[in-house]
Write a protein that binds this ligand. Structure first.
Ligand code: FAD
Ligand code: DHB
Length: 386
């Protein structure tokens, strides 16, 4: 088999790249190690920047998103028992859309199937070869080989693409946090129309949602704790303690339909291009989830990469492909900074003691009293321009 672009990974990055290339008449194949059902069952991000929505529109996969996505013009920061609304629309002129990553993935999978474009799920032993030459190729399922012009490494943090790059060619920047997010999904109405990010003495909490009847809640928890130590009753009781009184009074509880703990990590690999291998999305960088940037960064990488590949096939010039890494990383580092800052502002860091907590509260009070500070927060939250 021979294709123009071999895409490793069928997460949002790989599927969106596949769709954008298909629409540009560039042929590709997607190799995914998991089953389609497994990929669809992973509950992850839920907030799309307006730039991501626009990109999904351009990819021709936004009809359900337009019908079912919830447009949020603001969100609340809760601290010291009060709620401060950040008016995204008024401060930054843009809103965000609440639409689950699982739904984005489903729409992209359906579009790929409808286009008859090839994708191999449950591909075993995917390996990338000769990407520092003009003739890269990939292998899988012990004997299958695909020759290609380029390889897109969209295989997430634990994928094979970044791991195949010689260590001396990679510079890694990493920060691990000592806590995770325990998340639950439940078929209960959200506690509030908009999201609430809570900074509390007992730890961070987030009230999010997937629809008017489905809620997604998160609690900061120590990494040492396991999901089975958190029966639903314990989760709801802890969430209620961290919420401001008016929100706690509105909370509707019910059985969880998913529960998991995600570690928090900041990570960037530099560069994102090695000859004819390009890293996009979590394969190249991870942000802690606090700013809701992970999926949106995967989308912006894919935008830059798809445009550069289209330019190559139209003009034969490698120039845009050669600058993919620096252009993408410029946006990535700004989102890394914002996600790190929001994580630091809102979570409990016991090692920082009483002084650290006072600094957080002073900064939150400053934000509450300064339109300029709110505007900076809003501008980053809705997404910096591509
Ligand atoms: P992924 O979604 O990880 O997709 C990579 C794909 O590659 C996977 O399907 C994987 O199975 C496949 N793959 C891996 N190795 C191979 C291989 N060797 N061969 C073939 N295929 C392979 N972001 C937020 O904004 N908010 C959140 O609440 C949030 N929660 C998260 C919770 C968890 C547990 C995780 C892991 C991430 C979360 N994120 C969140 C981040 C967000 O989901 C990611 O940034 C987003 O999924 C990135 O998309 P991607 O396509 O780059 O990577
Ligand atoms: C969700 C996740 C986030 O990381 C975030 O900042 C907001 C919402 C969510 O899963 O709904």
């Amino acid at each position: 088999m021979r294709v123009q672009v071999a895409i490793i990974g069928a997460g949002p990055a790989g599927l969106l790249l596949g769709q954008l290339l298909h629409r540009a008449g560039i042929d590709g194949v997607i190799l995914e190690s998991r089953s389609q059902e497994y990929v669809l069952a992973r509950i992850r991000a839920g907030v799309l920047e307006s730039g991501t929505v626009a990109l999904l529109e351009r990819a021709g996969v936004a009809s359900r998103l337009r019908a079912e996505g919830l447009i949020h013009a603001g969100f609340d920061l809760a601290f010291g028992g009060r709620r401060l609304r950040i008016d995204l629309e008024g401060l930054a002129g843009k809103s965000v859309t609440v639409y689950g990553q699982t739904e984005v993935t489903k729409d992209l999978m359906e579009a790929r199937a409808a286009a008859g474009a090839p994708a191999f799920y449950e591909a075993r032993d995917v390996a990338v070869h000769a990407f520092d030459s003009e003739k890269p190729w990939v292998s899988f399922n012990s004997s299958q080989k695909i020759a290609c012009d380029f390889i897109a490494g969209c295989d997430g943090f634990h994928g094979v693409c970044r791991a195949s790059v010689p260590a001396e060619k990679l510079k890694l920047f990493e920060k691990n946090y000592s806590f995770g997010w325990l998340g639950i999904l439940s078929d209960t109405p959200p506690v509030s129309e908009e999201l609430i990010y809570v900074s509390h003495e007992r730890g961070f909490a987030l009230c999010s949602q997937r629809s008017r009847t489905r809620s997604r809640y998160y609690l900061q928890c120590p990494l040492s704790e396991q999901v089975d130590e958190w029966p639903d009753e314990r989760f709801w009781a802890e969430l209620r303690r961290r919420l401001p009184g008016d929100a706690a009074a509105q909370l509707v509880t019910g059985p969880s339909i998913e529960k998991s703990i995600a570690p928090l990590r900041s990570f960037v690999a530099e560069p994102l291009r090695f000859g004819r291998l390009f890293l996009a999305g979590d394969a190249g960088h991870i942000v802690p989830p606090t700013g809701a940037k992970g999926l949106n960064l995967a989308a912006s990488d894919v935008h830059y990469l798809a445009e550069a590949l289209k330019n190559y096939y139209q003009t034969g010039s490698m120039e845009e492909l050669e600058t993919y890494s620096s252009r993408s990383l410029a946006r990535v580092w700004k989102a890394e900074r914002f996600s790190w800052w929001m994580t630091k502002l809102l979570h409990k860091f016991p090692e920082e003691g009483g002084f650290g907590r006072r600094m957080q509260l002073a900064e939150l009070e400053y934000i509450a009293g300064s339109r300029a500070a709110q505007a900076a927060l809003a501008e980053n939250y809705v997404g910096l321009p591509y």
